[in-house]
Design a protein around this ligand. Sequence first.
Ligand SMILES: Nc1nc2c(ncn2[C@@H]2O[C@H](COP(=O)(O)OP(=O)(O)OP(=O)(O)O)[C@@H](O)[C@H]2O)c(=O)[nH]1
Length: 335
Amino acid sequence: MSKQTTTPIYILSGFLGSGKTTLLQQLVSYWQEQGMLPAVIMNEVGDVNLDGLLVQEQVPMTEMLSGCICCTIRGDLSMEIAGLIQREAPDVIVVEATGIANPMEILDGVTEAALYLKIDLKGVITVVDSAHLLDLYRNQKGKTFRLMQEQIRSASCLILNKTDRVSAEEQELLSSVISRWNEFASVLPSVRCEVDITKVLESLGNNPIDITFMQTEVHDQVAGIEQTTVEHDHDSSHQHTHHDHVMVYTHYLNGPVDSGEFESFIANLPREVYRAKGVLTFSDTASRFLFQYAFREPDFLRIRPQGEVPDVVVFIGEHFSKSAIEEGMRAMELR
Ligand SMILES: Nc1nc2c(ncn2[C@@H]2O[C@H](COP(=O)(O)OP(=O)(O)OP(=O)(O)O)[C@@H](O)[C@H]2O)c(=O)[nH]1
């Protein structure tokens, strides 16, 4: 039985690896401390959900894999929201979009659901990787730059994350740049998304989404990007394509690999691979690890996954050679 109350919905946006899951964990803990039941809709471009390993088991979660909710599987979003509300009656829902999602399209998906469900779209929180944005800002071109700009423009609250990876002057420059792009959203600088969650939620209340403004002002700017990066296929939502400039390679490992060898393989990844994540067993350490790689920075977290989780690494990027990555990985497995 679904509750008769209105369910608030938050959209988490931000480029691949910016820190969305890191923020999601904080939001979930915050709501749990308030005695609330948060639920999560996770969307991944790859076919495995590794971020799910970072969310506590008792949090109801729906996964939308192998596609991007902003385009090919957008139609499914309102059904997922409806299903979650019916099954779990959560007090609040967070939709974590893929890093390549266009928030305008997700807003469309959620508003579609609002036609027949009692939901209240609270706003878009966009997480920004400071170092990555700085790098793209200095080049001022490319689809990734425009997409990141779009994600910033559609936010009601902006988390300027990973400030540990830029200098104080660079952080100031970024703050002024993003405030110019989006003068309505609050900007909260952070390291590992450690922000005052009450401030985030308050700022959403103060900067409600003005969909009319976004449709006229922003959509015009987005139009060019959509045409070049999105394969529109609204009729066949199960044909899982995604943004055409983004590639995903999922590599299942046959066994443990040497940690040093893996680290040097990652250090030498081509620039075109800008995000990777996986679960690994190393031959020289006892534990298993959740591996992350975002904008050239690797990270390893010791984990004890519940249930069966294969050793797998997902590589995401643009125009990289899948066979070169596969060969490199296989070579490590053979040794
Ligand atoms: N140096 C640094 N690393 C961070 C910070 N915040 C998060 N990270 C790391 O960045 C990586 C990506 O973080 P996630 O929270 O998984 O990013 P995401 O946006 O959910 O990634 P996708 O779901 O793949 O788009 C992880 O290794 C985090 O530990 C930060 O402030 N500084």
